[in-house]
Design a protein around this ligand. Structure first.
Ligand SMILES: *[C@@H]1O[C@H](CO)[C@@H](O)[C@H](O)[C@H]1NC(C)=O
Ligand SMILES: *[C@@H]1O[C@H](CO)[C@@H](O)[C@H](O)[C@H]1NC(C)=O
Ligand SMILES: *[C@@H]1O[C@H](CO)[C@@H](O)[C@H](O)[C@H]1NC(C)=O
Length: 360
């Protein structure tokens, strides 16, 4: 089935005369699944799954471990999970920084040289930085653009991770920062910022946030559950273009770049064998080469980092690592069903590393 679709896609794009095969499962779409649908995806670790929907957890259900974090309301929380459970109930309070609340700390995002306030070149001021900085275009994607737009109050995220003012884009941004988000963050301050020495050839990242009135949907567009329209060619590619993941949750197969979970969800190919279960049945972490996953070797290094270049210097603490840590501490139960934890990890039995669990 999957191969058949991919072959069809190949010939369609090569020869350009047949209609694109439909990756989407119509019947499934009527369920209007989103990132909050825990029959399809994991809830965030500060949420719980109740009858198929992710709900706010109460703070006392968070792990006690972890260090203090400060919110945008300058309130100190015991740990990141506690802040996120509070934010879940009080969305105006967002994450500011890992650490204690010092006076007057701010994190700011703004858009520059756009015709509309909802578009332009992205500028950020980090909590510990005193100057505004541009973001580098080279690793910039719709994933980060969606977070920027959400941060600025555009609930549906970004239309493009580009901004069309040529003269502004041709400008060089010698001191730009790289940013990597997972895609579901509510504040850009939760994303990982880093700085490379060799950014002299970079142009600044721009964004056009999604405004429904401005962008009439084209006939071939896909309507996300949140009401945003995205190109059908962006569905089932592992990338959360919608912002609510609804373009990735009802897929017969995935386009290149996506990994197909047996739950008919497409996740980014690079989430496969990364030590974190992304598919609800854990199939992205099965049959991984080697006993140890990248989890242990790759600790603290963000995926997608360009290697063999000047090493990037992290500018803030990577809260995605903290999210993973919290996720690893909560019981592995989804919708009342205990999932099989893969036998990939070495088990210690009687003080010796066990041979692979027998599978007879
Ligand atoms: C394009 O960007 C330049 C440089 O920032 C700015 O001066 C100009 O007003 C912008 N043009 C439009 C049409 O937004
Ligand atoms: C947050 O800061 C504390 C020190 O204040 C540090 O021990 C911890 O590792 C940091 N958390 C993350 C996710 O970097
Ligand atoms: C768990 O594993 C057992 C045996 O390997 C299998 O029969 C069962 O279907 C699995 N359950 C799930 C939910 O994958």
């Amino acid at each position: 089935m999957r191969l058949h679709l991919l072959l069809l896609l190949f010939f369609c794009s090569r020869l350009g005369f047949c209609e694109e095969p439909d990756f989407l499962i119509k019947k499934c779409l009527s369920n209007r699944y989103t990132h909050q649908s825990c029959s399809k995806v994991f809830c965030q670790p500060w949420e719980k799954c109740v009858e198929g929907a992710c709900m706010c957890k109460l703070p006392y259900l968070c792990p006690k471990s972890g260090s203090s974090v400060c919110s945008t309301s300058h309130r100190l929380f015991r740990n990141y999970c506690q802040l996120k459970t509070y934010e879940c109930l009080h969305p105006e309070t967002k994450f500011l920084i890992n650490g204690t609340c010092e006076k007057k700390e701010t994190f700011a995002v703004s858009l520059e040289s756009g015709e509309l306030p909802s578009e332009g070149i992205v500028r950020v001021k980090l909590v510990n930085g005193d100057e505004q900085a541009y973001l580098c275009n080279s690793k910039w994607s719709i994933t980060e653009a969606n977070v920027v737009c959400r941060h600025l109050g555009h609930a549906q995220g970004a239309l493009h991770h580009r901004y069309a003012n040529d003269s502004a884009i041709r400008m060089k941004a010698p001191h730009c920062l790289d940013v990597t988000c997972r895609g579901l963050e509510s504040s850009l301050s939760e994303c990982a910022f880093s700085k490379r020495a060799d950014t002299h050839d970079e142009t600044p990242a721009g964004v056009t946030c999604y405004l429904r009135e401005v962008e009439p949907p084209s006939p071939d567009s896909f309507e996300c559950v949140n009401g945003k329209f995205v190109s059908r060619s962006k569905t089932c590619d592992g990338i959360n273009d919608c912002g609510d993941q609804s373009d990735e949750l009802c897929c017969r197969a995935c386009r290149p770049g996506g990994f197909h979970c047996t739950s008919d969800v497409c996740i980014p190919e690079d989430h496969r064998c990364d030590g974190e279960m992304d598919c609800i049945l854990g199939d992205d972490e099965n049959n991984c080469k080697g006993e140890e996953s990248s989890e242990t070797q790759d600790q603290g290094v963000h995926r997608g980092e360009v290697r063999d270049q000047e090493p990037a210097r992290a500018l803030n603490d990577n809260m995605d690592n903290e999210r993973r840590r919290i996720k690893s501490l909560i019981p592995q139960i989804t919708c009342g069903m205990r999932r099989n934890i893969s036998t990939r990890r070495k088990r210690i039995l009687g003080g010796k590393a066990a041979v692979k669990a027998t599978r007879t």
